[in-house]
Design a protein around this ligand. Structure first.
Ligand code: SAH
Length: 362
């Protein structure tokens, strides 16, 4: 038995070496790395991920002020608490003035990136968002604006980019077409979502993809495909967090994703694409009170505190028991700062754009 373990460990550690050297593995190798996860491999991966991140970003952790602009959505994703058919969800939409007030508060707290996220709400036409974008850019020319408003036409993405949007987050959710079908109703398309990501990239956005860890029906082979997709697409940002069930969705009785597996994948993603901006997500902090710190200690380097007005925070409920729905933003930020300091990291006031690793600039 012990011999088998030793053999297994040697194999995993050889895989990790190959991954670090080539920033690439085959699909079956990624799958093996996932299925044979053990304490030793977890520790080696985290150590290498942290040292790579350290080399590129030092001990800086970037913060993004998340403004949840609307929970009205035309889509009916099976996992999401703000899906169209959720009757109990109390709907809201922020006004342009409210969004600008969030930015004002965020700016004074030291945020230099604002993320406007929401459901696919028809009220937010290109014209409406473009006017909000130009106002934010006029008032805060030193800030980056990230949009996370779901799938739109290429023409729309282009208009928003021209109005000043710098980055766009659109998680691919799963890189396997069949798995995608198990998470979404038939009117949603895997190929369209992937096309959106390619459009965003071509237009010139810093682009973010990502997926949930432990979403229903997800297999190790699906996760291997997610990693291969990240390897090929080389996104500037990548958001991954555990799936957490929401009581009013078809997935209400499914198990939540796993903290350790999420952290393991964060380390692997850092090795695949060293300069990637990798958040330790709110979902990770929700399933484990020390989850975001664990994420940072596994190779993540971004945190996205909530800047939404306190009155709507509980309503943007993608999953049960989401954290930071009561805190004032200022409290949230200072407690985070303390938590990061205690593990040796510093929250910085900076736009936090992607950096090139030393080897690329040499
Ligand atoms: N409408 C936007 C924003 C979606 S919310 C869009 O389509 O991109 C942001 C992310 O939250 C989603 O991409 C999804 O990966 C995640 N999410 C949704 N429901 C979740 C759940 N139950 N548990 C964990 N993460 C969830």
């Amino acid at each position: 038995m012990e011999q088998i373990n030793r053999h297994q460990n040697q194999k995993l550690s050889a895989l990790i070496d190959t991954l670090e050297q080539n920033q690439s593995l085959t699909l079956s190798e990624y799958e093996e790395l996932i299925t044979c996860r053990c304490k030793e491999a977890t520790d080696i991966l985290a150590k290498r991920a942290v040292s790579l991140r350290q080399r590129i970003y030092g001990n800086s952790v970037y913060i993004r002020g998340l403004i949840e602009i609307s929970n009205i959505c035309r889509n009916d994703c099976f996992y999401c608490g703000i899906r169209r058919s959720s009757q109990r969800c109390e709907r809201y939409r922020l006004t342009a003035e409210q969004i600008l007030e969030c930015c004002e508060e965020g700016y004074s707290l030291g945020f230099r990136t604002f993320v406007l996220q929401g459901g696919e709400d028809a009220f937010f036409t290109d014209e409406v968002i473009c006017s909000i974008l130009s106002e934010i850019k006029k008032r805060y020319p030193d800030c980056a604006v990230t949009l996370s408003l779901g799938e739109r036409s290429r023409n729309s993405y282009q208009k928003l980019f021209d109005a000043g949007a710098d980055r766009y987050l659109l998680r691919h959710e799963t890189a396997d077409c069949e798995h995608y079908r198990k998470l979404h109703p038939p009117d949603m398309s895997f190929h369209h979502r992937m096309k959106c990501l390619h459009d965003l990239r071509e237009i010139g956005y810093q682009t973010g993809c990502g997926f949930m860890v432990g979403s229903p029906y997800q297999t190790a082979a699906d996760l291997a495909k997610d990693l291969k997709f990240i390897e090929d697409f080389r996104p500037e940002m990548c958001g991954i967090g555990p799936f957490i069930p929401h009581r009013d969705t078809p997935f209400h009785d499914q198990a939540a994703g796993d903290v350790e597996l999420t952290c393991y994948l964060l380390s692997i993603i850092r090795l695949i694409h060293p300069p990637v901006l990798l958040p330790a997500t709110t979902a990770l902090g929700t399933i484990d009170p020390g989850g975001r710190e664990k994420g940072i200690l596994s190779g993540a380097n971004v945190i996205m505190p909530n800047l939404s007005p306190v009155s709507v925070r509980k309503k943007y409920e993608l999953y049960d028991n989401k954290i930071c729905t009561g805190d004032e933003s200022a409290q949230c930020k200072s407690s985070l700062s303390g938590k990061m300091k205690s593990i040796g990291y510093e929250i910085v006031t900076d736009r936090g754009d992607i950096k090139k690793p030393e080897s690329d600039t040499a």
